[in-house]
Design a protein around this ligand. Structure first.
Ligand code: SAM
Length: 370
């Protein structure tokens, strides 16, 4: 079904290379696709107007590329933060409206200094220091309380989450006098970058993508209605922070994960086991994957394709994936292996965490048909 030229083309675009374009780098969701690959796969497997689904939508990379290529898109994720990132990345807002929103937030900060809510626990505060902790609370309260519509509130919440992530990183402590640095200029800079990105999206699109909060085990999508599925499930036995922010402070001998994101969004933090499918010696992973794949099988049109991009720690698990694929009645058409370089992996997981995840030195794209 795929020609050698098409396979070579996929291999070429799957090789790690730098991300391009503002919008595509608005927020680096953990283990996200590089944008080139979804773009190329969408062009190979679909026509304009076709319906695409990503059942593990994450940061919305597939949705953004589908929208830019005039395809319909539907995505699912159980993580409210994933839905937020996806919506911000794909929603045009004018520069004027965004600059006005930023002014409102700045104005509010002053009036809220005495009455901010507390979005941090005592260890978060110890790690972040007094100044940054209180500024983070002012900014979060200001975003929550400002008279902004939901789209603007999502936009500024994501900017604040991004800055919090940068501050939590190990290298932030290397800055001179970091405990006395104000984070407000960092927030303003990030907002300005995101303003350029979001205002450069198309003003109106033929098919606005839809992102649903919920499990792909029960997608509300008619049977045989989807032309192409492109997705990347959680990685087996890899503990990823899909919903928390890591704060690393070597000088204090502390590394902790804060629930700041959930508190800001007003959602309940999800257990790691539900987000990453960890535990029970891997059996939880396989039972979840089987349910997700049967859900995908149900909604895909006959003779159409599903591409899964993933990686494992052992060859045995690669084989187990193939067994699971067949168990839910998909045919395996191709497995394209993607060698991973030391400093840049196919998904962003290793560079992102700068740690050895002991994965096989390749990811693979599994191309399945129904
Ligand atoms: C590897 S990430 C996907 C990254 C995505 N490809 C991107 O480019 O950003 C896996 C995602 O699966 C989500 N997830 C885990 N279990 C799920 C389920 N049962 N239904 C829907 N999403 C789920 C996690 O919240 C996480 O966002």
């Amino acid at each position: 079904m795929l020609t050698d030229d098409q396979l070579n083309h996929i291999r070429k675009f799957a090789s790690p290379s730098r991300e391009s374009g503002y919008t595509r780098s608005i927020y680096s969701y953990p283990a996200k696709f590089l944008s080139h690959l979804p773009q190329e796969l969408i062009k190979i497997f679909t026509q304009e107007g076709d319906r695409i689904c990503d059942p593990f939508v994450g940061g919305g990379t597939t949705g953004l590329e589908a929208m830019l290529l005039n395809r319909q898109f539907i995505g699912y994720d159980i993580n409210p933060f994933a839905i937020l990132v996806s919506r911000v990345k794909t929603t045009y807002i004018s520069k004027e409206e965004l600059h006005e929103g930023l002014k409102v937030i700045h104005r509010n900060i002053e009036s809220l200094k005495e009455q901010s809510n507390d979005y941090l626990d005592s260890t978060d505060k110890e790690c972040l220091g007094k100044l940054i902790s209180s500024e983070l609370n002012f900014l979060a309260s200001s975003i929550k309380k400002a008279s902004l519509n939901a789209t603007l509130r999502d936009f500024f919440s994501l900017a604040l989450i991004h800055v919090t992530k940068l501050i939590g990183r190990r290298d932030f402590e290397e800055r001179e006098n970091w405990q006395h640095l104000s984070m407000i200029p960092m927030f303003t800079r990030k907002c300005n970058k995101m303003i350029d990105a979001v205002s450069s999206l198309p003003h109106s699109v033929q098919f606005p993508p839809t992102f649903h909060l919920g499990s792909n085990h029960d997608m509300d999508v008619p049977e045989h209605s989807i032309d192409f599925i492109l997705t990347s499930p959680p990685y087996l036995e890899v503990d990823v922070e899909y919903q928390q922010i890591q704060i690393q402070r070597r000088s204090l001998g502390k590394s902790k994960r804060t629930d700041f994101i959930s508190k800001l969004l007003g959602t309940q933090p999800l257990p790691k086991k539900d987000l990453c499918w960890t535990g029970q010696g891997g059996s939880f992973y396989w039972s979840n994957l089987e349910r997700s794949l049967s859900g995908s099988y149900r909604i895909l049109k006959p003779n159409r394709c599903l591409c899964i991009w993933t990686g494992f720690k052992t060859k045995e698990n690669q084989r187990k994936l193939i067994t699971t694929i067949k168990k839910v009645h998909f045919n395996l058409l191709e497995v394209i292996s993607i060698p991973l370089s030391d400093n840049r992996t196919a998904s962003s997981r290793s560079t992102h965490h700068k740690r050895n995840t002991r994965m096989l030195k390749e990811d693979s794209i599994y191309i399945l048909t129904k």
